[in-house]
Design a protein around this ligand. Structure first.
Ligand SMILES: [Zn+2]
Length: 518
């Protein structure tokens, strides 16, 4: 197994002067590095939360707080890398992993969104940390007006933990990536839930001696939860609708989500542990729900303006509509086009509601696309990206897709896969002022009469275009008004096979581009 490492590099603004739009372009490279340090089945590292839970007032917990509309809460998402800036998950993976959190909370009509944008922090002592360093990271980087989530490589040798002192979650990449429920479990702690096996964290079950009470921190005493429900509000996690659970270690379940072994309560009643609860220690695949009482406690913390610890964080405005790549309309290059590999601009129609776009480029189509460790990821606030020289191989077919995003879209959906082939630089010449015009492809076959004209210009201007055959006869003549750097599709007239020349005049001088129709 390998972990993907990446390091974002900020590109310079590459826009033309007449349209000074903000362009954020992060180029993410992937390579291979050492094996993952955290097993996805590692335990939760959340410590004793008695002090934290004591701040919560649940006199109103029996009130039905569910609203008919979805409530949104901000996440301060901090992706932590090492000192060299490596180790970050790519932005689509981070979103797709947060998607699992939203799916798990959807039944409560609660959703989370990314406040501002994903933040990047590079420090090895945080990336791979013990609790001291982790708590320092949270103290220095928490946002008091959001739920704080730090994505790291190794959070104190656990899958993740919640810190009650400076409220924040640290989550291991390996327990976060790919739709796991570890973050949901930690969010349960954040919102006031103990483990369903509370009191058994450091105890081993012994069938011949099941204690009637459990000692917490050596002083507080809890009843051991019983199948009958007796003392259930004073037993273990204090919820009457979470059945007995004595398993303070990771365990696998049967197909219905229950423990493979049978246990006995202090009354001698046999039972199997229900592993479907997010706050149990069953394996990820068993987990699917919170109980009603657990849900009510979380909803009080989220929605009750008098008693809720976090009700002040609720998003007060109308959330943005979600955006989907299904609505992306690609512009250039045309599907299957051949492009000048030194200067590839991928472009699509701007999609309403999108605040940024993630573009992925791979040499592989279909399911191999997502697995490609050398996938190129670009981020742009504009509806195009320039892939840049030296990032693409020559004479290679590439596949690309776009994810439109906004802060509320945590389950990104990509556009359909587009493809192009890189060819060597066409017959580019330069005007005396340094401006260039390039056509591609410059070899057409069959009935294809579609090419692209790429203008690299300093300011808006009009080019006169003549298309000339080998005999010097002008077969097409027109003007093209260009606002700035752009690539425009161009349809040739129905010409017979042969060689032709494009003559581009800018008023002072001209350059010639050759095109062959086979
Ligand atoms: Zn836990």
């Amino acid at each position: 197994m390998v972990a993907a490492f990446s390091h974002p590099i900020l590109f310079e603004n590459m826009n033309v002067r007449i349209f000074p739009v903000i362009l954020l372009l992060i180029f993410v490279e992937f390579g291979f590095s050492q094996s993952p340090t955290i097993d996805p089945n590692s335990p939760c590292g959340t410590g004793d939360l008695s002090t934290y839970f004591a701040q919560m007032n649940f006199s109103s917990s029996d009130i039905q707080l569910r609203s008919s509309t979805t409530s949104y809460f901000p996440l301060n998402v901090v992706s932590v890398g090492n000192d060299q800036g490596q180790g970050h998950l790519d932005p689509v993976t981070i979103r797709s992993s947060l998607c699992a959190l939203n799916q798990d909370f959807e039944f409560l009509d609660v959703q989370f969104y990314i406040k501002d944008e994903i933040k990047y922090l590079n420090r090895t002592s945080y990336y791979d940390h013990d609790k001291n360093s982790g708590f320092e990271m949270m103290r220095n980087n928490n946002d008091r007006n959001a739920f704080n989530v730090y994505i790291v490589d190794n959070p104190d040798s656990t899958c993740g933990y919640f810190n009650q002192t400076n409220p924040a979650i640290a989550i291991a990449k390996n327990c976060f990536e790919g739709g796991l429920h570890a973050l949901t479990h930690e969010m349960g702690h954040y919102l006031g839930l103990p483990h369903t096996f509370f009191g058994w964290e450091n105890l081993t079950y012994n069938q011949t001696r099941v204690p009637r009470t459990l000692s917490i921190r050596g002083s507080d005493t809890l009843y051991t939860e019983r199948v009958s429900g007796q003392y259930c509000d004073k037993a273990s996690d204090g919820f009457c609708d979470t059945p007995p659970d004595y398993l303070g270690f990771r365990w696998s379940c049967d197909r219905d989500g229950y423990s493979l072994d049978t246990y006995v309560d202090p009354d001698g009643v046999e039972f199997k542990v229900d592993g479907r609860n997010f706050m149990s220690y069953s394996l990820n695949s068993c987990q699917e729900t919170f109980s009603t009482e657990q849900s009510n406690k979380m909803l009080v913390n989220l929605l009750d303006s008098r008693n809720g610890l976090y009700s002040g964080l609720k998003y007060q405005f109308v959330a943005d509509e979600l955006v989907s790549g299904e609505n992306i309309v690609p512009i250039a290059p045309a599907q299957d086009a051949e492009v000048n590999y030194l200067n590839v601009r991928l472009q699509w129609e701007a999609l309403a509601g999108s605040t940024e776009y993630y573009v992925e480029i791979s040499r592989f189509p279909g399911i191999l696309f997502n697995e490609d460790p050398n996938k190129i990821t670009l981020v742009s606030t504009n509806s195009f990206v320039d892939v840049g020289a030296n990032n693409l191989l020559l004479d290679t077919k590439y596949y690309w897709k776009v994810y439109p995003l906004n802060p509320f879209t945590l389950c990104p959906v990509s556009s359909t896969e587009q493809k192009f082939t890189t060819r060597t630089q066409t017959n580019t010449q330069q005007f005396s002022n340094g401006e260039k015009v390039t056509i591609f492809p410059n070899v057409l076959s069959g009935q294809d009469r579609n090419i692209n004209i790429q203008y690299m210009v300093q300011q808006a201007k009009t080019f006169h275009i003549d298309l000339i055959d080998l005999q010097g006869k002008v077969v097409l003549s027109q003007d093209s008004h260009i606002l700035g750097d752009t690539t425009e599709p161009f349809q040739l007239p129905n010409l017979t096979a042969g060689m032709y020349f494009f003559k581009f005049s800018n008023g002072q001088d001209y350059l010639i581009q050759k095109i062959i129709i086979q």
